[in-house]
Design a protein around this ligand. Structure first.
Ligand code: PLP
Length: 394
């Protein structure tokens, strides 16, 4: 459908016109007016933020702690972030100059792109990928370059496939593992291979590790912890997923001082600082939230096993996602496109999923299902989908 022409069209920049609205939101707008829908759609925890974390922010408001913070974020939060990264991954980043507190990974991603890209610079990323990845590059007037990944390779990316896409214009590689939408993770060896390519061609690697804590088998490898990559890495992390804090809007970027300085310049003119109560909540999360993370991750893991088995049992082949909270089953047995499947499923069985095509060409033939919802809802969604698949199987 082409948008209706308006006299105001001339005011819309090419930059804004060059990106499409998120294919995820489109679906959520559809289900606003429907009842009894089970949503496996939006990628967010079904938990409310653990109360002791929220309470810390409430108490700070009672004390009148409502002013701007430093542009870089509250020093205590940067200190704790630095300590967390050291304890977890053995990496050393200085709280002053190498860590910037942002409005979620969303802002950190945008800042990273705007800080490093000149018009026409290329950024290599996987297809499928999180919806903001290509958009953030386009909005910074760069060019996203896709590397195909597939269920056959568990949606991991090979360094040689990335290397094959490198041109004189390539500036960076953007990776996000564990992956949204596939749940794929990368082995340490695959990341080492990728690091070698980045160093050989002197490229920046932007590593979005927002789902790092949601890793179900083995340990997450932080890209920045690989030997010799510090000067080639911008690490992005946040609180939204692990601590069930999506609405607070707080995350961070960690990088060499020159990069953080450039990102901070853009941040200080556009954002000023991440919301003060959200930063206070993040401090509490890092100080006392670890048991909550462990408990929630154990719960996601139980749901992961149920949903993956469920999809395979009802005839939608699903590779085993080892991280994040998404399953990415194939819907090819129905012969439908992912958009048609998702629309019909919503209409006929009131189950909301996201078409794989929202995440890139290689997402076609798949649907993204977020399993951060109750086991009862997952089981009921599987029943409804079984009925739907039986009806539509070719
Ligand atoms: C891969 C990925 N990166 C970044 C984000 C944005 O996170 P935040 O809430 O920290 O802005 C999301 C949210 O869904 C995501 O899935």
């Amino acid at each position: 459908m082409t948008a209706k022409k308006s006299p105001l069209d001339k005011f819309i920049s090419k930059r804004a016109n060059n990106v499409s609205p998120s294919g995820i939101r489109k679906f959520f707008d559809l289900l606003q007016d429907m009842e009894n829908v089970i949503s496996l759609g939006v990628g967010e925890p079904d938990y409310a933020t653990p109360w002791h974390i929220s309470e810390a922010a409430v108490k700070s408001l009672e004390k009148g702690y409502t002013m701007y913070t430093s542009n870089s974020g509250i020093l205590e939060l940067r200190n704790l972030t630095s300590q967390y990264l050291k304890d977890k991954y053995g990496i050393s980043y200085k709280p002053e100059g190498e860590i910037l507190i942002t409005v979620g990974v969303s802002e950190a991603l945008d800042l990273a792109m705007r800080a490093i890209l000149n018009p026409g610079d290329e950024v290599i990323m996987t297809d499928p990928h999180y919806v903001a990845y290509d958009a953030s590059v386009i909005l910074a007037e760069g060019k996203p370059v896709m590397v195909r990944t597939s269920a056959k390779n568990n949606f991991a990316v090979e360094a040689k496939d990335i290397e094959a896409k490198i041109t004189a214009k390539t500036k960076a590689i953007l990776i996000g593992f564990p992956s949204n939408p596939t749940g794929a993770v990368m082995t340490r060896q695959k990341l080492l291979d990728l690091a070698a390519v980045a160093k050989k061609h002197n490229l920046m690697v932007i590593s979005d590790e927002i789902y790092a804590r949601l890793t179900y088998e083995g340990e997450h490898t932080c890209f920045a912890s690989l030997p010799g990559v510090k000067n080639n890495t911008i690490l992005l992390g946040g609180f939204s997923k692990a601590y069930a804090m999506t609405g607070w809007r707080v995350g961070y970027a960690v990088a060499p001082p020159e990069i953080i300085a450039a990102m901070t310049k853009i941040h200080q003119y556009t954002i000023m600082c991440a919301p003060t109560p959200a930063q206070v909540a993040a401090i509490e999360a890092l100080k006392t939230g670890e048991p909550d993370v462990v408990e929630m991750v154990e719960d996601y893991n139980r749901r992961r096993k149920v949903i993956v088995k469920g999809f395979n049992d009802i005839g939608l082949p699903c590779f085993e996602p080892k991280g994040a909270f998404y399953a990415f089953p194939s819907i090819t047995p129905t012969g439908m496109t992912s958009e048609r499947f998702s629309e019909a499923l919503l209409k006929e069985e009131k189950v909301a999923v996201v078409p794989g095509s929202a995440f890139g060409k290689c997402g076609e033939g798949f649907i993204r299902c977020c399993y951060a919802t109750s086991l009862a809802d997952i089981e009921e969604a599987l029943n409804r989908m079984e009925r739907f698949v039986k009806k539509h199987k070719k």
